[in-house]
Write a protein that binds this ligand. Structure first.
Ligand SMILES: Cc1cc2nc3c(=O)[nH]c(=O)nc-3n(C[C@H](O)[C@H](O)[C@H](O)COP(=O)(O)O)c2cc1C
Length: 170
């Protein structure tokens, strides 16, 4: 899939059809994360891959805004070092690359960022120097979204030419 098309068509997937995603696909998604650039090339992130349904359910239980992840075929918990400047940008870039790499292979995904930190830390043995940045659930969508339009503001509202507020002219 063309990169722009992938960006333009990818929507968050929170309802999954129960079909297992193959290990080769999981591998490719992780490779996309690994290849992403990070602040000063620190590569401080760590990825906990959960493909056992029991682990995915535990992640759902430890979330405050991602209960839906329990239906995912696999999930990835992204950890990062909060001492690194812009660490959440690094998390965001890696997860977006993972989502697009998955989408290119027909696999949907959704992000969530709300966690019960203490429980999560204990359940997944997160070291003290790392914090959870986000989690992603992956799987095949149970809902046919083709044709569904993204709800986004028009460019004229969010982009300007030269200075803030000056209408965009290209
Ligand atoms: C930084 C960030 C945090 C988010 N946190 C959550 C979350 O906790 N739970 C959730 O279900 N979706 C979460 N989302 C997903 C957004 O709701 C989603 O990107 C937005 O609604 C657009 O969805 P669409 O691409 O399907 O139109 C988050 C997205 C971002 C970028």
């Amino acid at each position: 899939m063309d990169t722009f098309d992938a960006v333009a068509t990818k929507l968050e997937t929170r309802q999954f059809d129960g079909k297992k995603v193959r290990a080769e696909v999981i591998s490719k998604v992780l490779e996309a994360a690994r290849l992403t650039g990070s602040s000063n090339n620190t590569q401080h992130w760590r990825f906990i891959v959960l493909s056992d349904p029991k682990d995915v359910s535990r992640l759902a239980e430890d979330s405050t805004t991602g209960l839906w992840v329990k239906g995912a075929s696999f999930a990835v918990l992204i950890l990062a070092n909060p001492k690194v400047n812009g660490y959440l940008i690094d998390v965001g870039r890696a997860l977006q690359d993972m989502q697009l790499a998955a989408w290119n292979l027909g696999v949907g995904s959704g992000i969530f960022t709300g966690f019960n930190q203490e429980k999560l830390k204990k359940d997944f043995q997160i070291p003290d120097d790392l914090v959870p940045g986000a989690a992603l659930g992956f799987g095949y969508s149970a809902v046919k979204k083709t044709g569904k339009k993204k709800k986004r503001n028009p460019l004229s509202q969010i982009a300007f030419s030269g200075k803030y507020g000056q209408p965009l002219s290209l």
